[in-house]
Structure formats: structure tokens, C-alpha cells
Design a protein around this ligand. Sequence first.
Ligand code: AHM
Ligand code: MG
Length: 310
Amino acid sequence: MAVTLTSYLFDKKKEIGHLDDDLIILINEIASATKEISAKVRKAALLNVLGSAGKTNVQGEEVQKLDELANEIILDTLKKCGKVSQIASEEMEDKVVLSNSGYAVAYDPLDGSSNIDVNVSIGTIFSIHKDNVLKPGREQLAAGYVIYGSGTIMVLTLGRGVVGFTLDPESGNYLLSHPEIRLKEKGKIYSINEANRDKWVQEGLRKYVDFLKGEKYTLRYVGSMVADVHRTLLKGGVFIYPADKKNTSGKLRFLYEASPMAFLIEQAGGLSTTGEKSILDVVPEKLHQRVPVIIGSKWEVEKCLEFLAE
Ligand code: AHM
Ligand code: MG
């Protein structure tokens, strides 16, 4: 019999101390919101929601109509579910404070926006803390993403390994399809926007990428973090968004991109680093702060650190 997300969560309650009924309800509510987003993504070209919303977000990036729609679906769900203290979103300048205690959720409603209009994989990323969103990644109680690819898959960690659920279009349920996601110790793929090579601040990074080429690695770069991390989790290798001359702390945001993805990668047996320390040890000061990201298989991340230290 297929295991639904809900039955999986109730089953894990005995093992995982912090997994209480409220957290289970919250994760289920987030899952429901992503089902709605998945349906909109699949029909986007018919709903007239493709293209730009005609404005820029707090980071100065162009907002897509579907970004806005996805943000509203999740925001509405979180506000109504009664379990949430704080909400932070890539699409909102300030956090929403609902109460002093409860679960704090940071999310990127639709990551990889530039891929929306061309029907390439995009995703929703979420991170759950106790009470306050502005906390180090290591204190996350749960984190995950939903990839809207050829199928819709939710990948989740509760701090005890990583599992995946595939949305069954017939029953409308997320069903356990990846009971244990473990990263390979070493892969064959590197994933970085190499067009920025001349702008990278560290010479060691250029040498590292050249080294991987010499080792016969292949390059895969979707430009949707969710898709690039999903592939890295399942096939191994390394995903990097480094600091460059334009983005001096990299491009990816800590709270709802780097921190949840680093938690998933480390929980699957991989490593994460900013180049200086584990991404999970960064203490965030600002809601939308950015951080360099190097995540993936242990061998590649350790090798990268060796090159950066030279
Ligand atoms: P977004 O949140 O505005 O979609 O931007 C984040 C995305 C990531 O999904 C992806 O890894 C990165 O931007 C790609 O950036 P670039 O086009 O500079 O390579
Ligand atoms: Mg994003």
C-alpha cells in the first residue's frame, strides 16, 4: 500500500521528538498549497499567468505573474492554518508577524522564475523554525522543496534523513516514492553558471572547475536551484553559486534558498559551505541576506575547499 505524506508524518512522530501535531498540520498545509501551485504551473499558458507582473521585488528582480500567485497561495495558507508565528517570503520585503510563538516559515514561492515561461522545472522552497525566522540553518525543524518538473515531487527533511513524495495526479496525494535519499560520496557532474567565470572573485574556483574538467566531469546547469539541487541529491556532484564581482555575497538568499537546501544536502550525507564554514552555521542578520553556496557530494565539496584555500 502506498504511504501518503500524512501517514508518513504520523508514523515518524514516535521517532522524532520535535514532530508534534502542529508541525504535521503545518507541513500538510504547505503540501496542499503546493498542489494548488502545481496545478497553476501546469495550466499557466491557459490561465494567462505567464510573463511579467510589471514590477520588481525587494531584490530588484522582475516579478512574474506566477511568482505573485504562488506567493499568495502559500501566504494565505500559512495565515489561516493557525500554527504559524512568523512568515518570510522572497516576494515580501518585511516578515509577517502573527504571534510570539509557533512555527516560523521562510519560503521562496516559485524559485527559478526565469524558467517559468519556457516550461522548464521550477520549484517552491520552504524552511521551518520555532518562533522566529531569523535563525541559523542548523536549528531548522524541517525543510524541503517541491519541484514542478515532469512530475511534482516534494523532498523533505525533518532532521533525520531525506525522503521524497511524488504527487499522484489521480488521487491528489503525495505518496512516498523516495524512502531514503542519500547522496553519493562522489559524483560526475558540476553545476555552476560558468558564464560568470571572469567575474568570480576567487582564482581557486576557476582552478577547481578546470580540475573537474580534467577529471572528466560533465556540466549541468538548469538555472533553477530546485532542479539543480534535485539532480545533485539524486545523482551526486556539486552545485555552486559563488560570490562574484557583481554579487559579492553570491546571488542566493540565505533564509529560503541556501539554508533549507544546505539542510537537505547535509541530511542526505553531503556537505555545504560558504567557502568559510557550513552554510548551516551562518547566523543570519537580515531577512533577504545572500550567501555564497557550495553544496553537494562530500568529495567534491572538500576538494573545492582545498582549491579555495590554496
Ligand atoms: P529567483 O529566486 O529569482 O528565481 O532566482 C534564484 C535562481 C536560482 O533558482 C538559480 O540557482 C539562480 O537564480 C540562477 O541564477 P543565474 O541565472 O544568475 O545563473
Ligand atoms: Mg528564488
